[in-house]
Design a protein around this ligand. Structure first.
Ligand SMILES: Cc1cc2nc3c(=O)[nH]c(=O)nc-3n(C[C@H](O)[C@H](O)[C@H](O)COP(=O)(O)OP(=O)(O)OC[C@H]3O[C@@H](n4cnc5c(N)ncnc54)[C@H](O)[C@@H]3O)c2cc1C
Length: 279
């Protein structure tokens, strides 16, 4: 097979399993979490990865001369999601020449220094200002992030084009029964905000269903392809999974590590032993 072949759509899983002794699913976790607020059908709302991918492709193909990308030039951009993908959207929108950029984050702002319940050597849960946010501060004079805020409604004009948002403040509330803390709307905190381009960077929901369905593999509670702890074989014999499709949206270094480990496990399952080194 060649690039451009979509397994599960263009090629049946059963055909692959018939022709090959082992199959490794390494197809990422790009299924985006949507924001299902009224007005979601307004023209001018895109998923972050579609925006970023189109820009990168156009840049590599033609240095953005072919115009085959979603332009933020002159637009009031609102990015929903304060994570790394949202940060990439902030930087890219500024480089397109946006008129303004705002990043909405549902969680509270992290402290500048470690909290007492987050001592060394735990991962420090402190405020991180990434390159996109630094560029926003340099260009517009302020951090683009607004915390504890989400979108309640997308507003559109008479032609169906996005023209603004209704935002609402959120506060952490503990459920007396379960003890779980969830971010809950603050009544009466709704505000209108102008926007003509919205980029949804609200996280990812694991593997795409059609791939899992095609192979009949079980998913775990986080909708990633399930395997036993520390192993890569799925619930279907001879089908393995590694990288984001296995651990959820993660990092390139983890994908490399899992790629090496799954190769070793497959080698062992074929040969009965493996000399492949993971380190
Ligand atoms: C916007 C963004 C920014 C990121 N920035 C960083 C960063 O700065 N540093 C970092 O370490 N990580 C970053 N990551 C995460 C990183 O990209 C992933 O963790 C890593 O690429 C996972 O590798 P993978 O091989 O598991 O999956 P992927 O790299 O997603 O590769 C999956 C491949 O499978 C193909 N595919 C999917 N379905 C099918 C199918 N049915 N048939 C055939 N092919 C299929 C896809 O087209 C893709 O080429 C970022 C992710 C995003 C979304």
């Amino acid at each position: 097979f060649v690039t451009g072949t979509n397994v599960g759509k263009d090629v049946k899983a059963s055909k692959l399993l018939k022709e090959y002794d082992r199959v490794i699913l390494a197809c990422g976790a790009k299924n985006p979490r949507d924001i299902k607020a009224p007005g979601r059908d307004a023209k001018g709302i895109y998923f972050a990865v579609d925006f970023l991918k189109a820009t990168t492709k156009s840049l590599l193909d033609s240095e953005l001369k072919d115009g085959n990308y979603i332009s933020a030039k002159g637009k009031k951009v609102v990015i929903i999601g304060g994570g790394d993908t949202g940060n990439d959207c902030v930087g890219t929108s500024i480089r397109h020449g946006c008129a303004s950029v705002t990043q909405l984050e549902m969680m509270p702002q992290a402290p500048a220094k470690r909290a007492e319940n987050n001592p060394w050597p735990e991962w420090p849960k402190v405020l991180k200002t990434d390159y996109g946010q630094e560029e926003a501060i340099a260009v517009f004079g302020h951090d683009p992030r607004i915390y504890q805020t989400t979108v309640k409604e997308f507003l559109k004009d008479k032609n169906g084009n996005l023209c603004g948002l209704v935002t609402v403040k959120l506060e952490p509330k503990r459920d007396e029964k379960t003890g779980r803390v969830t971010m809950t709307e603050v009544a009466g905190s709704e505000q209108k905000m102008e926007a003509d381009l919205v980029l949804i960077a609200a996280g990812f929901l694991g593997t795409e269903k059609y791939v899992a369905d095609a192979f009949g593999v079980d998913l775990n509670g986080r909708t990633n392809v399930a395997t036993a702890e520390g192993a890569y074989e799925t619930s279907v014999k001879n089908v393995f999974a590694a990288g984001d499709v296995h651990r959820g949206q993660s990092l390139v270094v983890w994908a490399i590590r899992e790629g090496r480990e799954v190769a070793r496990e497959v080698d062992e399952s074929l040969m009965g032993y493996s000399y492949l080194e993971v380190q």
